[in-house]
Design a protein around this ligand. Structure first.
Ligand SMILES: Cc1cc2nc3c(=O)[nH]c(=O)nc-3n(C[C@H](O)[C@H](O)[C@H](O)COP(=O)(O)O)c2cc1C
Length: 313
């Protein structure tokens, strides 16, 4: 079914994006953890023109998150350790119930599970609640057993992806920067992921020189924003080259040029995180409109023609 609306006033014939489970009027959506905990926040993103709406990562049990400070600005980015604060499986059900009455765009439910059972329960709630896809967060840099630690054990990560896929919705495995990323991505696709989201924040830390203690309450956190954009471009490029899989690119996207780089590297859609925190949600339409202008001026007939063009020399 073709998208009927064209958020941001863009022409979907030029900029529409097709990924498993997601037929998008344009390729720009929010990244998980940014305005995604409540249906009213997702509504704000929908009103701002996001082509799809990604929830905060949900765990089966509610989580309160880490002690403050949970975020600190750094040169060219943001360092955070929120600790996956979320209202759990029941909170996800409530969010999706409410979403049905106020939202019309596709919803991607982000799931952070440490066991296959947890992943399946959350993905089933997503399917029953009318979500379009599930993103399995295998890359949170500071949540023990539900993020990077899980991805360090590819068998455990594959079991989580397989269990989420059993619920029936297309699953995107969200990976962070690890050695042999393309191998891990291939493994997730073999386990039933239909696509990949690349990348999460990069494990990082700052220390207060007067107290001699880490600045974040949790010590270690995740770096996002401009600083990680070239890392995201490299990750998308290498993983696309090795797998050819549908990829959603994320990391330091502030402008249409940033988004275009990820698309040329192999991404079919992009997510925007820290730029929304820093510049507000209007950044979404600035990027979507800029992409449309670029595609037109560069002579591409549709977005698909630009996807992975950097691999064609
Ligand atoms: C405050 C904050 C909270 C985040 N929470 C989540 C989360 O719950 N799940 C997840 O998969 N990624 C989470 N992320 C990571 C983002 O989705 C994204 O992958 C990362 O920030 C890189 O994109 P950016 O540079 O555009 O922010 C969070 C990032 C920030 C800054």
């Amino acid at each position: 079914m073709e998208p009927q609306q064209a958020p941001c006033g863009v022409d979907w014939r030029l900029v529409s994006a097709r990924l498993p489970g997601l037929s998008l009027a344009h390729p720009v959506m929010n990244a998980s953890g940014i305005l995604g905990s409540r249906a009213v926040d997702l509504k704000r993103l929908e009103d701002a023109g996001a082509a799809a709406l990604v929830t905060k990562s949900f765990t089966r049990e509610p989580r309160e998150g880490y002690p403050t400070p949970i975020a600190v600005p750094v040169a060219a980015g943001l360092l955070n350790a929120v600790g996956l604060a979320n209202p759990g499986l029941e909170g996800l059900r409530r969010l999706l119930d409410e979403a049905k009455t106020i939202l019309s765009r596709p919803i991607v439910v982000s799931v952070a599970a440490s066991t296959p059972e947890e992943a399946e329960a959350l993905a089933r709630a997503a399917a029953e609640g009318g979500a379009a896809a599930v993103e399995v967060n295998l890359s949170c840099p500071h949540a023990e057993k539900r993020g990077l630690e899980l991805a360090m054990d590819p068998d455990a990560a594959a079991a989580v992806v397989e269990a989420a896929a059993a619920a029936g919705l297309p699953v995107y495995a969200k990976l962070g920067v690890v050695d042999r990323l393309a191998d891990l991505a291939g493994r997730m696709l073999d386990a039933g992921a239909r696509g990949l989201t690349l990348i999460n924040t990069v494990r990082a830390m700052r220390i207060d020189v007067y107290t001699a203690k880490p600045i974040l309450g949790h010590g270690v956190g995740g770096l996002s924003g401009r600083a990680i954009h070239p890392i995201a471009v490299r990750a998308v490029y290498e993983v696309y080259r090795e797998t050819g899989a549908p990829i959603i690119g994320v990391g330091g996207v502030y402008t249409w040029e940033d988004a275009a780089e990820l698309i040329l590297a192999g991404a079919r859609a992009v997510q925007v995180g820290t730029a929304i925190i820093e510049e507000g949600e209007a950044v979404i339409c600035r990027i979507a409109r800029g992409l449309q202008r670029w595609l037109h001026e560069a002579g591409y007939e549709r977005l698909e023609d630009a996807v992975a063009a950097a691999h064609r020399g």
